[in-house]
Design a protein around this ligand. Structure first.
Ligand code: ADP
Ligand code: ZN
Ligand code: MG
Length: 497
């Protein structure tokens, strides 16, 4: 890291950060945007290609209807207006990742525009205004060989894989967002997280950030407090995790803060987030008036979604994450904080399933967020892959409710379920874990403990009922924690009255 940074608080004292997020969503359509090639990018390089996505002369593209439908559904979920008529456009540039020498995109006629999304940070709601969501195609992947860090400078040659060229993308661009104060990086992160959850709810994208299904270019500038003129922005490209979105913006805010505090000017440039060291490095300088010589795509017909179709798609939208969260929080009577913990643990759907299987919400939360989260962490797996299903958690709690298990025994049952010993009842039977409440077995243990502790027994006979605690403890110990403590207490008091 070579940049000097101003402490975050000092930047905030003098400047207001303004952020702008460009998010690319890779759609999970079976075929590419303008041809019938498969979107499976993991295949042997350059096997999912054809004259259209390679841009060979004379080939004619045709738009993927499923991609258009996904674009509209995304737009509707983001409260956008849907264009009555729009076109694709050619964005001309010369670079080997696109053999056509242009990317088919949208320019001044995006299919979705003027939307918004509300996100929550620390219990406060922030509105993110969305400028547009447009359709475009992805480019190929380049592999620079021979350099030190996979970058083109210093490489001896480059390899190209065009399997990804032509895969449908939706680019969602926000307006410049002001008024976030020191929360700006966190709002950006929450926005990304919510976009991801929306894409999953809509079923339009795998939305796996680590696989590049969701990529963010994070723009930020600083404005002196009290000013209304936007400052010069930098754009950190292809930020691929929620943590990095927050990290890259925080870093840029502090870096720009230092530059401005020294009386220098921020250079308008793209930057790259270095995951390893958590800093950004300069890419290329960039002017606003980059000349891509956009013009409407002559080989594709305009897109004119009928209002009937748009309304049909609107009516068919699933319940979106924010609405679902609000509904469940009120049904389950969870506080904001409890609900956030559930969501951050990735346990919302599991909890819902567990409650649907007959478990009390608070009990379901307890098991998923404590015992099962801990085991998932230790094993390094997702909560949903921990080895215990929602229905098994509900069965477990039922055994606790009916007195078969104490919480302590229940934890051993969880171990058994995860170890593959079957459903909770099978583990209880197999390991002999049930609480003993049978008077014959308990009575004998109680008699032994009374005989071994004559002084305590005498106190209880004399009316010091609190002393019973000591005897209960010993009975529990003798029975390896499997005694019904309530019944033990009753028996002791009966025998010593
Ligand atoms: P480009 O293609 O050059 O990246 P776009 O207009 O597609 O430009 O996206 C730029 C993003 O940055 C948008 O989200 C926009 O709202 C935001 N933005 C524009 N100007 C500023 C600024 N001065 N400070 C912060 N964000 C900005
Ligand atoms: Zn193709
Ligand atoms: Mg950009």
């Amino acid at each position: 890291m070579t940049d000097e940074l101003l402490p975050y608080d000092e930047v905030m004292a003098d400047y207001e950060p303004v952020i702008g997020l460009e998010v690319h969503v890779e759609l999970s359509t079976a075929t590419k945007m303008f041809c019938g090639c498969s979107t499976d990018t993991e295949k042997e390089p350059n096997t999912n290609v054809c004259p259209v996505c390679l841009g060979l002369p004379g080939s004619m593209p045709a738009i993927n209807g499923h991609a258009v439908e996904s674009a509209i559904r995304i737009g509707l979920a983001l409260n956008c207006k849907i264009a009555e008529w729009c076109r694709m456009a050619r964005k001309n540039y010369f670079y080997p990742d696109m053999t056509k020498n242009y990317q088919t995109s949208q320019y001044d006629e995006p299919i979705c525009y003027d939307g918004w999304l509300d996100v929550e940070v620390d219990g406060k709601t922030y509105r993110v205004d969305i400028e547009r969501a447009h359709m475009e195609e992805d480019a190929g992947k380049s592999l620079h060989v021979g350099g030190s860090d996979g970058r083109i400078s210093g490489a001896s040659y480059s390899l190209m894989d065009y399997n990804r060229a032509g895969v449908p993308l939706i680019e969602i661009v926000t307006k410049p967002i002001r008024g976030l104060g020191d929360k700006a990086p966190q709002v950006a992160r929450a926005y990304m997280a919510q976009l991801r959850d929306i894409m999953i709810a809509l079923g339009v994208s795998e939305a796996r950030m680590e696989r590049g299904n969701l990529r963010c270019d994070a723009n930020v500038s600083l404005m002196p407090r009290g000013s209304t003129t936007l400052g010069t922005r930098t754009e950190t490209k292809n930020v691929n995790s929620l943590r990095s979105v927050e990290g890259a913006l925080t870093y840029e805010i502090q870096r720009q803060g230092f530059v401005l505090a020294e009386g220098r000017k921020v250079r308008q440039q793209t930057r790259m987030w270095q995951e390893s060291g958590e800093y950004t490095i300069a890419g290329r300088d960039k002017s606003d008036a980059e000349d891509y010589r956009y013009f409407p795509e002559p080989d594709l017909v305009p897109i004119a979604p009928s209002r009937e179709w748009v309304e049909e798609l609107r009516a068919g939208l699933p319940e979106l994450p924010a609405a679902k969260k609000a509904r469940l929080a009120s049904q389950w009577q969870f506080s904001e904080r409890e609900m956030t913990a559930v969501i951050n643990a990735g346990a919302l759907d599991l909890l819902e399933e567990t409650v649907n299987a007959g478990c009390q919400p608070a009990a379901a939360r307890k098991w998923w967020l404590t015992e099962l989260s801990r085991r998932a962490n230790e094993a390094g797996v997702e909560l949903s892959e921990v080895g215990m299903s929602a229905s098994q958690v509900a069965q477990l709690q039922k055994l606790v409710d009916d007195g078969t298990l104490t919480d302590k025994l229940a934890r051993q049952v969880i171990d058994g379920v995860i170890a593959g010993e079957g459903d909770p009842q099978q583990v209880v039977d197999g390991r002999g874990l049930a609480v003993v409440s049978d008077d014959a077995a308990l009575g004998a243990a109680v008699d032994d403990v009374i005989a071994a502790n004559p002084q305590i027994a005498e106190k209880i006979r004399g009316g010091k009922i609190q002393a019973a605690g000591a005897l209960i403890g010993q009975v529990m110990k003798a029975m390896k924690g499997q005694a019904d403590a309530k019944r033990v207490r009753e028996l002791i008091l009966e025998k010593l009255s």
